[in-house]
Design a protein around this ligand. Structure first.
Ligand SMILES: *Cc1c(COP(=O)(O)O)cnc(C)c1O
Length: 221
């Protein structure tokens, strides 16, 4: 299947899911996830109007960003403390912020580098942090305090990677979003839903779906 066929198929899935949920399809951002995909394929997608791509590994994303300075890369994968500076240098946005220590380092380096980088809190409500990263619910207040409404790290929303078999996970995220929006007095976006479960995520109110294999095809490891 060609890239344009896959994208066409995805557009149909998104439209159907939005129709079923009485949502406007333009309210759902499709973020292509290009980890382990060659730059040539990313270029092809860019030719079809996509300008932002999700990447999981700081080094891989940095290499792609250097080779394609006209495109923007979003960091989705676990961030190690010693990679906060290159993450800020090569990514336009960081979605995997999950602990206060990272927030503190990001703030310090963002000031040094004189950059603004929107951040998303990666949430783990399912006790999977050891595998995939993510901030447990009880640790959210400390993390939010550490971000501290720093204008260099504007908080865009919540990102989650729920276990695929957990049917109530997206609804849990939607409730958490509601509660935090009230507490913080600001809008928060939800980034959830991948190739296999974008319909359920859209039904629960996701604002951004992150699509790898259904967009680019199988990854080459
Ligand atoms: C790989 C990945 C995706 C995309 O997964 P697919 O199942 O290939 O669509 C989305 N989000 C994150 C954080 C990922 O690591």
């Amino acid at each position: 299947m060609s890239l344009s066929d896959r994208i066409e198929g995805l557009r149909t899935r998104i439209q159907r899911a939005c129709a079923a949920a009485h949502r406007d399809p333009s309210s759902v951002e499709l973020l292509p996830v290009s980890k382990k995909q060659p730059l040539s394929l990313i270029r092809e997608a860019a030719g079809m109007g996509f300008t932002r791509f999700g990447e999981n590994y700081v080094q891989e994303g940095a290499d792609k960003a250097a080779a394609a300075p006209d495109l923007a890369f979003v960091l989705l994968g676990p961030l190690q403390r010693n990679k906060t500076k290159p993450a800020l240098q090569h990514f336009v946005e960081i979605q995997s912020l999950d602990r206060p220590e990272l927030a503190e380092r990001l703030r310090r380096h963002a000031e040094e580098l004189d950059v603004v980088r929107p951040v998303w809190i990666q949430v783990d409500l399912w006790d999977e942090a050891s595998k995939l990263g993510g901030c447990p619910e009880g640790d959210l207040p400390a993390l939010i305090t550490a971000i501290g409404r720093d204008p260099r790290l504007p908080l865009r929303g919540l990102m989650a990677l729920p276990p695929p078999e957990n049917v109530s996970a997206f609804a849990q995220m939607a409730h958490l979003r509601e509660r935090l929006q009230q507490d913080l007095g600001q809008p928060l976006h939800l980034s959830m839903g991948m190739s296999g479960d974008l319909e359920a995520a859209i039904a629960a109110g996701s604002d951004q779906i992150r699509i790898g294999t259904a967009f680019f095809g199988e990854r080459v490891y």
